[in-house]
Ligand binder design. Structure first.
Ligand SMILES: Nc1ncnc2c1ncn2[C@@H]1O[C@H](COP(=O)(O)OP(=O)(O)OP(=O)(O)O)[C@@H](O)[C@H]1O
Length: 247
């Protein structure tokens, strides 16, 4: 295992801001995720998590600042950066009328995977995401948990070393959450992961580092224990302390 000093930053938010007219959805957000880290991106609803993630993935352009994945600027060098990146957006991209089999086929070809390589990668993600029982059902008919896993399989198809996952457990029941967490822990053995959540238990269960935003601003970057100390050893209290003020 390499030391923290030797690990390279794989996800970098460098002064990221996003303005919608006079409203700032994100303001000068700075943080980086080092190779092999699993970091929780925490904040209340509307804090700017999805907006920041969309800038990090190159899905939207920052008003100010730079987003880099594996060192690639996601505005100037998005194609190279995207080779390293799997992104699970908050909703989709799922094609409801397709089956998981058809959708994976479609995305594999879109990513230039063909022949044996395509077959191997599809087989791998079906196994990781445990999709074999639903491969030929329309996605629209699947449970929310399975829909989430289908979304995850798409993000993993090109075997990226960086994952940005926007609320991967939102709206799932406890059994489904357990399944997604198990998959994520397995993935964390080999990948760099940033996952957003507004659920505190998620942070404790999954990550040892937390980046927290409120009203578009970074309010905490550190370990879970340090966050707890903000609230007299109580995570709920710490969350409240760090998010109650109006910036
Ligand atoms: N296209 C847009 N135009 C105007 N305002 C926007 C746009 N996208 C997001 N916002 C606003 O920016 C703020 C941050 O939104 P964002 O979706 O990033 O929050 P979030 O932390 O991901 O919240 P949630 O957990 O509810 O998804 C919200 O007030 C939202 O209404």
């Amino acid at each position: 295992m390499t030391t923290t000093e030797q690990r390279r930053p794989m996800i970098e938010a460098d002064g990221l801001s996003k303005f919608y007219g006079p409203f700032a959805a994100a303001r000068e957000v700075n943080f980086s995720v080092l190779q092999g880290e699993l970091v929780a991106f925490l904040g209340p609803n509307g804090a700017g998590k999805s907006t920041t993630m969309k800038m990090l993935t190159g899905y939207i352009a920052p008003s100010e600042g730079e987003a880099r994945i594996a060192g690639h600027n996601m505005m100037d060098d998005r194609i190279e950066g995207s080779r390293h990146l799997g992104y699970l957006p908050e909703s989709g991209p799922l094609y409801m009328e397709m089956t998981p089999s058809g959708m994976l086929d479609f995305f594999a070809e879109a990513r230039g995977l063909v022949g044996a390589k395509k077959r191997d990668r599809v087989e791998a993600v079906v196994e990781i995401c445990d999709l074999s029982s639903v491969m030929y059902k329309p996605i629209s008919k699947l449970s929310k948990g399975f829909k989430q896993r289908v979304g995850m399989s798409q993000a993993l198809l090109h075997d990226p070393d960086v994952l940005i996952l926007d609320e991967p457990t939102a709206g799932l029941d406890p059994n489904q959450i357990r399944g997604v967490r198990k998959t994520m822990r397995k993935l964390a053995e080999t990948k760099t992961i940033l996952l957003s959540t507004h659920i505190l238990q998620e942070v404790e269960a999954m990550a040892n580092r937390v980046v927290m935003i409120n009203e578009g601003r970074l309010v905490y970057d550190g370990d879970v224990q340090g966050l707890r100390e903000h609230g007299n050893d109580d995570l709920d209290q710490a969350f409240h302390q760090l998010t109650q003020f109006d910036a």
